[in-house]
Design a protein around this ligand. Structure first.
Ligand code: ZN
Length: 279
């Protein structure tokens, strides 16, 4: 996802204008510099994959964590001045699909580093990631404590060119698929652990397996028709068809569960020889 290029200073200004309490207005104005520097530090750590190194805090100058949390929920999300910013961040994903699971629709913004531990990042756009409500729920309450614990950050971790998701056909009744993470060996241990952590945290294996089970039921009839029209060449025709389906998905997103699913189906002799009929 493109990283939002909104400046946090002007967001704080807009929030200040919408806050009624004069004392809080003044304290927020004073805290603006700290919020701006924290955003800059965040940007550097985000690019370096080391956001876990950012120390938490209980206040932002004289503004408390509770006040910052309230500023996010009651002012940034709701006020007329800042609501459009909130909405633009939420709407930045392609087709409104959650960038964390790649499946469900976006429901809210999630603080990548939690606001309870990092109040200074409460309204910082690069810390606000669109998410579906399930992914938002699954996320750990505390921030990452090690490099490996960092789930993938949609603004900083671009893994579009790295193939890491694969599937395996299970000879069950009905036929089913399991999904696994297998990043390339040269990716580096930390990034490999982060991908696996992301996959586990957001329960993507279960999510993809249930979508795949649904898809297998939906394509069964089409595969039977294709097989019966192809006579002796049925197996080759099926394999070719499934391979093209995989390639078509991979063209858009090589780590989509559909890419992995159709690839695994095309590679399975058992499936192509009639396993697809298992219901
Ligand atoms: Zn999601």
């Amino acid at each position: 996802m493109p990283k939002p290029n909104l400046v946090v200073d002007s967001i704080v200004d807009d929030c200040v204008r919408s806050v009624q309490d004069h004392d809080l207005k003044n304290r927020l104005r004073q805290a603006k510099q700290s919020i701006a520097s924290a955003a800059q530090i965040y940007d550097g750590h985000g690019a370096a994959g080391s956001l876990y190194l950012i120390a938490g805090g209980e206040t932002v100058d004289t503004v408390s964590a509770v006040e910052m949390e309230k500023l996010y929920k009651q002012t940034f999300v709701k006020s007329k001045r800042t609501r459009p910013i909130y909405s633009s961040l939420k709407k930045a994903c392609k087709n409104d699909i959650c960038p964390l699971c790649g499946q469900r629709t976006v429901h809210q913004l999630d603080h990548y580093l939690p606001v309870s531990q990092h109040p200074v990042l409460a309204v910082t756009p690069i810390n606000l990631v669109p998410a579906c409500s399930e992914c938002n729920k699954e996320k750990l309450d505390h921030g990452p404590e090690t490099a490996e614990e960092q789930t993938l950050h949609p603004y900083f971790d671009n893994l579009a060119q790295v193939r890491w998701l694969y599937a395996e056909v299970q000879q069950t009744q009905p036929v089913s698929l399991t999904f696994r993470v297998s990043p390339p060996a040269d990716l580096g241990d930390v990034m490999k652990a982060r991908i696996l952590g992301h996959f586990t945290t957001f329960k993507l294996g279960q999510l993809f397996a249930s979508h795949a089970a649904e898809e297998l039921g939906n394509i069964r009839y089409g595969l039977e028709v294709l097989a019966s029209n192809s006579g002796a060449a049925a197996m080759d025709e099926l394999r070719g068809h499934l391979r093209r389906e995989s390639e078509s998905r991979a063209f858009v997103h090589q780590n989509a569960w559909q890419t992995a699913m159709y690839e695994a189906l095309a590679q399975s002799d058992w499936f192509c020889a009639g396993g697809y009929r298992q219901e």
